[in-house]
Design a protein. Structure first.
Length: 361
């Protein structure tokens, strides 16, 4: 028997990723109840509701006016996140937003203020630091199995997004691009484990300005890339650790995951996203890598409802959730600082900070 009533949620934005959310959310009806869905393209919402239940909302205003809806899951396109989240928070709804939190600092800050003012929760992707492999990595670092971590290398080389995504233009516009779209995965893990970043140095370029859509109704259409499609950041953490993160939207890469190199050895996670990624350690003097045992039984793949399951439980129990708006804002600030630095040609301070989430183990 369930400890409490499931959190009643509505989905806003029913595109590519909504199916992964819908099917995952349906696995824990004791935690989440889908009340309905809205999309500016009504057929998308109809399709979602046919598969995952609830009703179709004809207008966004109807979603936020519905007293039965407690929380909004914002799966809209990058550039719509801030407006949708701010209206939902203003209406007194809890919000979980897909990444990035917003596309600029002003909007991001406004969301933090609105959540506080209205006494509602603001949660944001990426939630993959909650994965069992990522928690295993966290414990290994915090147990100092490689001693003090000195430097980390993260790779997020995400290939030609427009070849598989039917609606890729927004991924290549200012406010998105590879650092804000996928760099946020390792950045959220790095900051969850190492704490806040204080300085960023960036290098960024548009290397392939003209792209051709490869799938869906717009296949064959060309469009222009208007934000860097390769972004490299070098970060200094308050802890003193340094990290280099490489992101791009082209090429097939065999490099992935995150490496940590410390005083006593090296630690690697094979990917930043998969909850069952391998975690290995090699200390000074070892002849080979050793597998680090998982601290929790791993989910195979990505459990897309994970942040919502956490949020539902923490709202009902009155405890803080681990995916916070503050961390998402700090990650946004890091991404924008890397891009600012790339423009200026010198390192820039990262002004924001946050309190890292507690472990799950
Ligand atoms: N596609 C993926 O693999 C993936 C994975 C993880 C996270 N995400 C994130 O999920 C979000 C959505 O990505 P996607 O791939 O599903 O994009 P998408 O373009 O396929 O879907 C976005 C949907 O939002 C709708 N929309 C746009 N503005 C809206 C508004 N103001 N109100 C209501 N609906 C609106 C669009 O009509 C569309 O159906 C992005 O933030 C992305 O970063 C995507």
């Amino acid at each position: 028997m369930s400890e409490f009533e499931p959190l009643r949620v509505a989905i806003v934005g029913c595109g590519n990723i909504s199916g992964a959310y819908g099917s995952s959310l349906k696995t824990k009806p004791e935690l989440i109840k889908i009340m309905g869905a809205f999309d500016v393209m009504t057929d998308q919402a109809k399709n979602f509701v046919n598969n995952y239940g609830g009703k179709v909302y004809e207008k966004f205003e109807d979603v936020i006016a519905d007293p039965d809806v407690e929380a909004i899951i914002n799966l809209t396109s990058h550039h719509a996140h801030a407006e949708v989240s701010s209206k939902a928070l203003s209406a007194g709804k809890h919000v979980h937003s897909e990444k990035p939190l917003a596309t600029n600092r002003e909007d991001g800050k406004k969301l933090l203020d609105l959540a506080e003012k209205n006494n509602v929760r603001l949660s944001c992707s990426p939630f993959t630091f909650l994965g069992e492999a990522q928690q295993t990595l966290r414990k290994a670092i915090h147990d100092e199995i490689i001693g003090k971590p000195l430097i980390a290398y993260a790779e997020m080389n995400w290939s030609w997004i427009e070849k598989w995504h039917p609606n890729p233009e927004g991924f290549h516009q200012p406010g998105a691009g590879p650092m804000l779209d996928v760099g946020v995965y390792p950045l959220t893990i790095l900051t969850a484990i190492l704490g806040p970043v204080v300085k960023a140095l960036g290098y960024a370029d548009i290397l392939l300005p003209e792209r051709t859509i490869g799938s869906g109704p717009k296949a064959g259409q060309k469009f222009m890339v208007t934000t860097p499609d390769q972004v490299i950041g070098i970060l200094t953490f308050a802890s003193g650790c340094i990290a280099r993160i490489t992101t791009n939207f082209f090429g097939y890469s065999r490099q992935g995951g995150i490496e940590f190199h410390g005083e006593k050895g090296s630690l690697i996670i094979d990917t930043a996203v998969d909850f069952k990624s391998g975690v290995s350690v090699r200390n000074i003097g070892d002849n080979d890598w050793k597998t680090v045992p998982f601290v929790l039984e791993p989910f195979a793949g990505v459990e897309w409802g994970r942040a919502m399951f956490e949020l539902a439980e923490s709202i009902r129990k009155g405890t803080p959730q681990r995916c916070t708006g503050q961390q998402a804002y700090h990650v946004l600030d890091i991404c924008l600082s890397i891009l600012d630095s790339a423009k200026k040609g010198c390192a820039v301070p990262v002004e924001s900070t946050f309190i890292p989430p507690p472990p799950r183990y």
